[in-house]
Ligand binder design. Sequence first.
Ligand SMILES: [Zn+2]
Length: 347
Amino acid sequence: MTTINEAEAREAVLARNAAYDGRFLFGVVTTGIFCRPSCTSRQAKPENLRFFDNAGSAVSAGFRACKRCKPERQQSQNKMVDVARYIEAHSDEKITLSMLSDRFELSSAHLQKAFSATFGLSPKAFQNGIRQQQFKSLLRDADSVTDALYAAGYGSTSRVYDNSNDQLGMTPGAYRKGAEGETIYYVSGKTQLGLLMLAATEQGVCFAMFGDTENELEELLKAEFPDAAINRASDHAHIDMWFQQIEQYLLADQPLPDIPVDLRGTAFQLRVWQFLQTIASGDVVSYSDVAIGIDKPSAVRAAASACAKNRVAILVPCHRVLRGDGGIGGYRWGVDTKRDLLALEKS
Ligand SMILES: [Zn+2]
């Protein structure tokens, strides 16, 4: 490796330090798989680690890319982060796709596709978002929009869940689910998978559930947040926008952009839910993978129960967890919905 020494790399792998993503990759000789430093897969013995500068050299050494952390995507993502930084720095100017394609020496079609795959929205939508300040909630704790998006998991499928409280907008005292003194706004509407109600606090989406009738969903929302004032959203463009983005996603039209969530639960539930957010669309894991992922390998049943208590469908993708034998497992909003979601994400 050219930029960092092996001792530093070992330490980064041990700490699953996402700050090293993009700087090197590591392979595990016993499994033949290579990963990013932040990969949440079970850790290998230090003596079995091998280090590489890039995916190409890992592949030529006989390693296969990890399905969980998708290390082969890293380099393309780094370039897309450069593109995003450029847009951010010039957000008040007119930027066309062909200008970007000249500057970054990529075809327009490839650039559009790779940018959307990395950030969940097109370069144009990204620029609009900056202009309209729609990423305010992400901006609070970051120096720039790009850093905020990247830190929020756009650029890396493996968020470091232990450090994600800021990204999730939770204050340490906000674990109570009653949310006293808070106002929650909701919208609802038909989607490809049925009636969906989406509700949000100032921090982000706290409730996304499918149901048969609006009344039933409203009752459910009140029961989940008994101390909050609950109102239908009237002048809340961001909630409408999030709803539309989810709707588009369910039509297999658009990748899902990063929509801020406001999770309330026990410390254990939060770890499970945050871990679920690291599972990429199209991937599935087992309940025991979840337990291992949060460093509680024996807590498989508790992990399954935390998945079942998820109140933010789709955005906290509990549908990506299957039984250990590959069986579909349960789903709060019906096994058929789970199956449809998985089929959508596979395609
Ligand atoms: Zn991996």
